[in-house]
Ligand binder design. Structure first.
Ligand SMILES: O=C(O)c1cccc(C(=O)CC[C@H]2O[C@@H](n3cnc4c(=O)[nH]cnc43)[C@H](O)[C@@H]2O)c1
Ligand SMILES: [Zn+2]
Length: 353
């Protein structure tokens, strides 16, 4: 935890508890996790890039006027990843940053279309992420799994390519567990992606589209109805529809809540206006996630601190949040039980005088 990320309104001992708490991260983007250290390493390989490497300048560069501006900046970082070695470096170093925060398990959202369309060979791309996944598990003990997402604004060509890469047994990577849909929502209706989600689901993948981040609750309904979503990425605008809140609670569809992201992209005006409390009150399974942490000046530990303040949680409440993420993950049952036990043991030890 860097001092920059210590919310002074959360007691120091709660920050310390969070820092050591074993956690699972269910909504974090591969390229969006490139820290200043990783950006600098990639920019050294590709000095023609327009992405600044100085941490101060990078913080300015990562200040967004709206969601569209965020996507423009995001794509400039995508342009830094040009070779399979870049992909491996990014993936392994992201795992290192997660492990430092005691993340035991992470589902990393990867957009293979953005890399293959920029000329990276698909087989070499899959080998790079898989090699990094195995090396990270061996070195840090952090288990990584992949969600391949369609960058919806790039059109149905990107959906076709993503579905092919996710379902063709000759290319799909062993660590792939889910299928998603990201990018802007405005002007990108969810129902058109149904055939691609049908194919991914038929191939055994879980459905985890973004929905209701920058558009209204009708997009969340569309994600549930047409894309058979098992979890919703963000789902922020669900708070505007009581029937939807009840549906999410009754059908135990978890929300992947990313509080700081919603402020950084200006989807929500201020952190105190974030609807996370309404989700919890409605009985929805809330999971806490970081989305694109360095781009939003946050990390997963800070997101737990934000949630502790907004939901008025103590150590046990935070441990329950961490266990929500483990239970909502696509890890196998023995793996889930192992991390849940670790959370319980850590919490009991912490609370023992
Ligand atoms: O790669 C391209 O060439 C390309 C062309 C047109 C459009 C796109 C995209 O829309 C890429 C969007 C990209 O953003 C990722 N992402 C990261 N954080 C978020 C988020 O909070 N909400 C939605 N999307 C997000 C997503 O994974 C896409 O890869 C690309
Ligand atoms: Zn996201």
């Amino acid at each position: 935890m860097t001092d920059r990320l210590v919310d002074a309104r959360v007691p120091r001992d709660l920050h310390a508890f969070i820092a050591g708490l074993p956690k699972a991260e269910l909504h974090v983007h591969h390229v969006g996790s490139a820290s200043p250290r990783i950006v600098a390493a990639l920019a050294a390989r590709h000095p023609d890039s327009k992405v600044p490497t100085d941490p101060e300048a990078l913080a300015d560069y990562f200040t967004f006027t709206d969601f569209a501006h965020f996507i423009d900046v995001y794509l400039s970082v995508v342009d830094l990843i040009r070779t399979p070695e870049d992909v491996r470096l990014l993936t392994f170093e992201v795992a290192r940053d997660l492990a430092r925060q005691q993340v035991r398990y992470a589902e990393l959202t990867i957009t293979p279309f953005s890399s293959t369309r920029r000329g990276i060979d698909e087989g070499a791309f899959m080998d790079a992420i898989e090699d990094a996944r195995k090396a990270a598990e061996a070195e840090f003990g952090t288990v990584l799994r992949w969600c391949f997402d369609i960058p919806g604004e790039a059109g149905l060509e990107s959906a076709e390519e993503t579905a092919r890469l996710a379902t063709d047994d000759r290319v799909r990577p062993e660590g792939l567990v889910s299928f998603g849909l990201g990018g802007p929502e405005i002007g990108v209706p969810r129902p058109q992606f149904k055939p691609y989600f049908d194919r991914a689901i038929a191939a055994g993948l879980h459905s985890v589209p973004h929905a209701g981040e920058t558009t209204g609750p009708e997009t969340v309904w569309d994600a549930l109805t047409h894309l058979r979503a098992e979890r919703i990425g963000h789902g922020t605008s669900s708070a505007r529809d009581p029937k939807l809140l009840a549906h999410l609670a009754e059908h135990r569809i978890p929300l992947e809540v990313c509080p700081t992201s919603n402020i950084a992209t200006r989807a929500v005006r201020t952190i105190d206006e974030h609807p996370i409390k309404e989700f919890a009150k409605a009985g929805i399974i809330v999971t806490i996630n970081s989305d694109d942490p360095p781009m939003f000046g946050t990390d997963l530990n800070n997101e737990y601190a934000v949630a502790a303040r907004l939901l008025d949680l103590d150590e046990r409440g935070l441990a329950d949040l961490a266990k929500n993420a483990v239970a909502a993950s696509f890890l196998d049952e023995p793996g889930k039980a192992r991390i849940a036990d670790e959370i319980d043991t850590y919490t009991a030890d912490w609370l023992t005088p």
